[in-house]
Design a protein around this ligand. Sequence first.
Ligand SMILES: [Fe+2]
Length: 329
Amino acid sequence: MSSMREPMPMPAPTSLPDPEPSRFGYPNLGYGIGLRTTHFAHILENRPPVDWFEILSENFMDTGGRPAHILEQVAERYPIVMHGVSMSIGSTDPLDREYLRKLRALAARVKAVWVSDHLCWTGVLNRNTHDLLPMPYTEEGLRHVVRRVRRVQEILERPLVLENPSSYVEFKGSTLTEWEFLRRVAEEADCGLLLDVNNVYVSSYNHGFDPVEYLLAMPHERVVQYHLAGHTNLGTHIIDTHSDHVVDEVWDLYRLAHKLSGGRATLLEWDEAIPPFEVVHREALKAKDHAEAALPPAAAGSVKAKAKKPAKEKATAAAAAKGQPRVAV
Ligand SMILES: [Fe+2]
């Protein structure tokens, strides 16, 4: 790996299906994958033509040595986006100022194009569950999280990009749907969205809602990035394992989402049973084919009309399919 330090220009994005930017002006970076330890040597030796990498912020915040050195080299050659799992924006614990300070420093160091985390809470009373837990979708919860997002954005001096979580339980006390809550958080806190299309599908399966209704309700001008991933379907419910190829139903939803937004940076997540680099990269590049296959904007109206089924029909179909959502695209 002696040639690692040779300067190399950043690769041109694989394709930009539609250059229309989000309201934050963030670029469509093309099709990226997560930077994972198991692929470090391959990336440094082969310099694969990946459009961009997403790093898990916490993996690099407190570490020096080899990981930091490798990240530095990768960041010299590829655009980097930071994705965190520990902000706990929905918790009632005070915001962790030290964590935010480190996050900001890392973002400056790797010239992160944007910084994201999840709309969730990970613990309370200083106890970390190490799970991304869904919030109660209430007006009180909304006011709480909006206040915190605004504060985080002041500290980071940049828009925060929030991802919809996958979930397995819901609060009985919720008075808003997840998509209403997510939309209002984004609009009232003036933040960006990372729309995880697989998470929409997983949660729609687990809770029996219509994923198309979810996508149609998004403020697409605020969507900065998409996530795609494989999951594990156990019949009664789906677990968001990031351990497999993306399923057809998620690709259908991705095409619809892509069409509604006009094209956004897309990231393929693969975090368990991680296959060789080429397999992960090929899966990410499938997104390019699906994005290009998305119907032109003029035809989007017919998709919207098709997706708007009467509530009763949706409920019946959902029950008949044991919660399996049908994607009308
Ligand atoms: Fe995700």
